[in-house]
Design a protein around this ligand. Structure first.
Ligand SMILES: [Mg+2]
Length: 211
């Protein structure tokens, strides 16, 4: 039997790289249940699946990047986490939305400082985003990270993306304390963030809106 040809590696040709939108999971794509361990409790936030579908249609790779210290704490097995994400994919598919990849980081932080990198893979570290970029052939400079915590914003910036903070006003107040003006945007939720991304993409070079 002839050996199967090995898959062609993705070349680092900028013209062939895709833009991506990296998404945080809890309080960005789904309702936050602390240390979620039961797939039956998973709820996609209103408008979130439709936002992912719109990004899919616009040609963005959509990649979930989620800190899951529950695994490192022994509260959740890798198999159970896979079941939860299978259920997430099923619920998204019902509304025509697709995640191109899901990355999680199981490490347990030593502090609650969300702005300091303790592990390369744990947000605000860029590791999950960089791995996805390598595996999927993503153009990080043309990509975005969307999440509800400053660690999400910083992970995106640390990976060379632009970032959008979503969520409550209390969280949005954190932005100027950690990020220079103009380096990140804010939006009320994922649907609003996706609208910003799609609007920016439709601007011609130079930035002015088309007539
Ligand atoms: Mg979150």
């Amino acid at each position: 039997m002839k050996p199967k040809p090995s898959p062609t590696p993705i070349e680092a040709d900028p013209a062939r790289l895709r833009p991506a939108v990296f998404l945080d999971r809890d309080d960005t794509l789904i309702a936050n249940v602390p240390y979620l361990t039961d797939p039956a409790l998973l709820r996609v936030l209103p408008g979130a699946a439709e936002a992912v579908a719109a990004l899919n249609r616009a040609g963005f790779a959509v990649v979930l990047a989620t800190n899951q210290s529950a695994v490192g704490r022994g509260l959740l097995t890798e198999d159970r986490l896979r079941e939860i994400h299978d259920e997430l994919n099923r619920l998204l598919a019902e509304r025509g939305a697709v995640l191109d990849a899901i990355h999680h980081c199981p490490h347990v932080p030593r502090s609650d400082d969300r702005a300091t990198i303790e592990f390369h893979d744990r947000k605000p570290g860029p590791g999950m985003l960089l791995r996805a970029a390598s595996e999927l052939g993503l153009d990080l400079a043309a990509s975005w990270m969307v999440g509800d915590l400053i660690s999400d914003v910083l992970a995106g910036l640390n990976a060379g993306c632009r970032s959008i903070l979503v969520g409550s006003n209390a969280t949005l107040d954190e932005l100027p304390r950690h990020v220079e003006p103009g380096r990140a945007l804010a939006a009320v939720d994922l649907a609003a963030a996706a609208a910003l991304i799609l609007e920016e993409r439709n601007l011609p070079p130079g930035g002015s809106a088309p007539c």
